[in-house]
Write a protein that binds this ligand. Structure first.
Ligand SMILES: [Zn+2]
Length: 284
């Protein structure tokens, strides 16, 4: 893999390295406001105890390369119910190797550009995005990644089906999107977001079924809401609202200040109940 001048590193790579440094130093913070299981609100800086740390590799799209960036995540333990859970930094998606900014960027491009195909959505400057050949074994383990013939050899590339799946994951977060819109409306009722959402359309050629069309539309809505949410409340949308794995759990806050954990099942919208208690800030 060509070496990269650190000054040219994408922001996300810098963030990943900084996070690893913080985990090594024990200076990263768990910023969940309440326990994912017992719902007990964090009542002090040490409410969640540092339980363990483990290495975590992220895959970052850098031009026409998928670059592997080694980092680390902290496991936290609730002092009350003793649940241990992983603290995901804001750039990470639970259970995903690719980072949230890349997943959202490519998914957004596909749903917003009427003429774009899935294959074009995984290209950079009209060329495939390659994995490093040294990572071929690891890529082969991930059956969702693609391959391309280059002369006499097969080279692993970012597959068009990967973006298809990303959009499916984002498109299931209807309840989370709605909850985010509610919070934004409470904070800034005149932002015009609802009007912009009503105008979202998906090109007819992009879906053959009504179900997929709904997924694409939901993904487009999320892509519209996300930057507004981040502008209002910061980067924590995914780690607060939802995970993208089918069968995974969605954490929610209720207006009594308790949290509930509900199953998010494949194909079904996770029911997100998120109402802010009076005077409190948004869930971060
Ligand atoms: Zn707990």
């Amino acid at each position: 893999m060509p070496t990269r001048d650190r000054r040219d590193e994408p922001d996300i790579v810098r963030q990943i390295r900084q996070h690893e440094h913080a985990v090594r130093q024990g200076t990263d913070k768990c910023d969940l406001r309440q326990c994912p299981r017992c719902g007990c609100p964090r009542n002090g800086p040490d409410f969640f105890r540092r339980h363990a740390a483990r290495k975590r590799t992220f895959w970052v799209l850098c031009g026409n390369l998928v670059e592997k960036v080694l980092s680390a995540v902290t496991r936290w333990r609730c002092r009350l119910c003793r649940l241990t859970f992983t603290g995901y930094p804001s750039f990470a998606l639970p259970y995903k190797r690719y980072t949230a900014p890349d997943v959202v960027r490519l998914s957004r491009r596909y749903v917003q550009e009427d003429e774009l195909s899935y294959r074009e959505a995984v290209e950079h400057d009209g060329r495939p995005i390659f994995h490093d050949r040294d990572d071929a074994d690891e890529i082969a383990d991930d059956s969702t990644e693609g391959e391309e013939e280059q002369g006499s050899e097969t080279v692993p590339v970012l597959a068009h089906t990967t973006v298809y799946r990303w959009i499916g994951g984002l498109g299931r977060l209807v309840g989370a999107t709605r909850a985010a819109v509610d919070l934004i409306q409470q904070k800034d009722p005149s932002n015009g977001l609802v009007r912009r959402l009503a105008a979202v359309r998906i090109a007819a050629r992009k879906s053959r079924s009504e179900a997929r069309k709904r997924v694409l539309l939901a993904c487009a809505n999320l892509c519209l809401v996300l930057p507004v949410y981040v502008g209002c409340f910061g980067e924590r949308f995914f780690t607060e609202f939802a995970t993208l794995r089918s069968g995974a759990r969605v954490r929610m806050a209720s207006d009594e200040g308790k949290s509930e954990v509900q199953d998010e099942r494949e194909g079904r919208e996770p029911r997100v109940v998120l109402v802010q208690s009076a005077g409190s800030g948004p869930v971060r």
